[in-house]
Design a protein around this ligand. Sequence first.
Ligand code: NDP
Ligand code: ZN
Length: 179
Amino acid sequence: VSESAVAAILRCVNFSAIKHRKQRRKDPQQTPYINHPIGVAYLLVEAGVKDVDVLQAALLHDTVEDTDTSPQELLDAFGPRVAGLVAEVTDDKSLPSKERKRLQIVHAADASHEAKLVKLADKLYNLRDLERCTPVGWTDTRVKEYFKWAAQVVAGCRGTNAYLEGELDKLFMKWNKEL
Ligand code: NDP
Ligand code: ZN
């Protein structure tokens, strides 16, 4: 018998929680990092996404980039579709961070529909987080630069999900007024 959707999601959230257990977000409260992947997956639920592979990819989206998780581990545990989606949203950490940011803008439009869903939810979550409070050590200029960069990545992902893009637009409009 195949695994139920609920079991698949819980196995995935447990895997991600173990992998991210030592990490915290950059906010002054040092929120546990796992709140972020869970929140990104839940934004996709709110956006009407029912594809379990996409929800799993959201839960795992920062594991290869930010923990000791290998692409092979994801392939073995979650299969080629989920592992492929995570690979699509993973930056090449051997490149300097400025170059990684540039490549996200350049490559956004080439991503699959499913990877664009995860990218949109990830950016929405991070921008809402920045709006909630400024990360430790960040200047106002850095926050503004992050909004400008995120807007360029989002531009490459348009035409994917009306709810996520609408919520992002609300933030961008509010932000533009403050600039
Ligand atoms: P980032 O600018 O990439 O940090 C943002 C990332 O941190 C988010 O994408 C998110 O990624 C994660 N994150 C964790 N906690 C939070 C939170 N509370 N709110 C929002 N995001 C959070 O940091 P890097 O250290 O990678 O920055 C490198 C880049 O920053 C350089 O390329 C440079 O251009 C720029 N920079 C600018 C400065 C300035 O003053 N203008 C100074 C220094 C650097 P995830 O989804 O993966 O968790
Ligand atoms: Zn993320």
